[in-house]
Write a new protein. Structure first.
Length: 293
């Protein structure tokens, strides 16, 4: 049986197509601009804008970045911090969510209430800094990995997902003599790949783009993540007030800033661009946790 669309339905479909096309252009056009600009000579880019002439293109920006030891070190530091943070976040969220999803857990509602309170009330920056210092994590990678690993919202997502798993699976495993740990490892975790990958992706992206915590807790420049290194480089390449009279120095600083700005954006986005295709098949199912059937 074929359902015919009414004129109003066709109008909505056209309107929806136009809206989606506009949304795609809003995302794609700046991204393409950044990629093309990263390969251009900064002088041409500043004077004439984008050019498709190969003679106006240059790899100077990428050479400048790849020859910078601080950039390379910051890139691998960010990979380490974001990867470890994602693992800790998934581990804590999955374990806590699975326990709170069990209706037989004593004190489950009290624990959940205490978790929810932390979503609305916090100690603030100074008490947190003092706590990190008292724990001996100041100026160590652990200051960026451990404090944010316990995320109440992630725990709620994991708990909601575990509640959607049929109880009959656990009951059948209990009848066969499986322990709670074996049920969790052999049955629940293999079914939890969508939510685990989504939580890992959220955690990785959040930590990869973060620089404020590193700016507060880290003093050793060798421990700086990539985003903090980029911030330092861009700030250093800004013209100082005393250089206003030196037009040549200002022009060179502006050229240097433009040269590394777009190239650094592309380099810093590479891990996220590579990750998304592998996580895509889990992403749709994972983000629909808690939605109405």
């Amino acid at each position: 049986m074929t359902v015919k669309n009414t004129p109003f339905d066709r109008f909505l479909l056209v309107l929806n197509g136009l809206f989606l096309t506009l949304a795609v252009l809003v995302v794609v056009v700046p991204f393409v601009y950044i990629i093309v600009a990263s390969f251009m000579d900064p002088t041409v880019l500043l004077n004439r804008g984008l050019s498709l002439n190969p003679s106006d293109w240059s790899l100077e920006g990428y050479r400048k970045i790849l020859s910078n030891d601080a950039m390379i070190r910051g890139f691998f530091n960010s990979l380490l911090y974001a990867g470890a943070f994602a693992i800790f976040t998934v581990l804590v969220s999955v374990c806590a969510g699975y326990a709170l999803a069990d209706d037989t857990l004593a004190g489950r509602k009290l624990v959940m209430t205490l978790f929810l309170i932390t979503m609305f009330f916090g100690g603030g920056l100074i008490p947190t800094y003092l706590l990190i210092r008292q724990l001996g994590m100041l100026d160590t990678p652990w200051a960026l990995i451990i404090p944010g690993a316990v995320n109440v919202w992630n725990i709620i997502l994991a708990r909601t997902f575990f509640k959607s798993i049929p109880k009959e699976l656990k009951e059948a495993a209990n009848v066969d003599g499986a322990s709670e740990l074996k049920i969790f490892m052999r049955i629940v975790l293999p079914l939890s790949k969508p939510i685990m990958f989504v939580l890992a992706l959220y955690a990785f992206v959040g930590q990869w783009n973060s620089y404020f915590d590193a700016m507060i807790y880290l003093e050793n420049s060798k421990l700086f993540p990539l985003q903090l290194v980029l911030r330092s480089i861009l700030i250093q390449n800004q013209a100082a007030p005393g250089m206003i009279g030196d037009q040549q120095a200002m022009a060179e600083l502006k050229r240097l800033s433009e040269m590394i700005k777009y190239s650094s954006i592309v380099v810093s986005s590479l891990p996220l661009i590579v990750m998304y295709p592998f996580f895509q098949k889990y992403f749709e199912k994972g983000v629909m946790v808690g939605s109405l059937k």
